[in-house]
Design a protein around this ligand. Sequence first.
Ligand SMILES: Nc1ncnc2c1ncn2[C@@H]1O[C@H](COP(=O)(O)OP(=O)(O)OP(=O)(O)O)[C@@H](O)[C@H]1O
Length: 208
Amino acid sequence: MLQTKQLQFSYNRNQVMNFPDISLQKGEHWLLLGQSGSGKTTLLHLLGGLLSPTNGSIVIGDTEVGQLRSAALDRFRGKNIGIVFQKSHFVRALTIGENLALAQQLAGLKPDRERILALLERLNIADKFRLKPDRLSTGEQQRAAIARALVNHAPIILADEPTSALDDHNAQEVINLLEEQARAQASTLLVVTHDKRLKDRFPNQIGL
Ligand SMILES: Nc1ncnc2c1ncn2[C@@H]1O[C@H](COP(=O)(O)OP(=O)(O)OP(=O)(O)O)[C@@H](O)[C@H]1O
């Protein structure tokens, strides 16, 4: 489903990051662990097509992601990769419902109100459909971010520190929801974390 080979990246010439080869199969759930500054977010952004590697390859399904250019990459990413960012990055002027519809449109899909409402319902925030993101609590925003990552049925879900800003109860709930929803649509899930509460959560682990 997702394979990398000899991935390297550098933000500047003095510091080259080398990443271990990874191979994630369909439907598997993985944790990506490592100290602060070890490159977890960078690797997640490479896998999500938000950064281009300086060397090496990323293959998702049958597609070599590095071969795709701008518009094609945007569509590919929108359809195939759902990303839960550390901070949710919603468009503040749009409601939660509109933000999710935008995610569908950016992937070249038709806005599907039923799908959006069903997901918000599953995540217990259907009543936030017409609210702007700033009106939601941190935990609710994180659930809305999960809904956005799932809305296009992406076969790969990447989550960057999804629990770091949450208390124990909300952290458990968010990770349960991510797992449950990924399982329901047979998506491959990769969760980046240095949250000790999650370290034994999935047996499949990549260390940086
Ligand atoms: N935009 C950037 N420009 C230059 N250097 C950067 C940039 N982003 C990250 N770095 C550097 O790259 C290295 C890896 O950063 P990254 O954010 O990937 O680590 P991380 O493991 O996700 O850290 P944390 O757990 O603290 O979020 C760090 O040394 C960081 O200072």
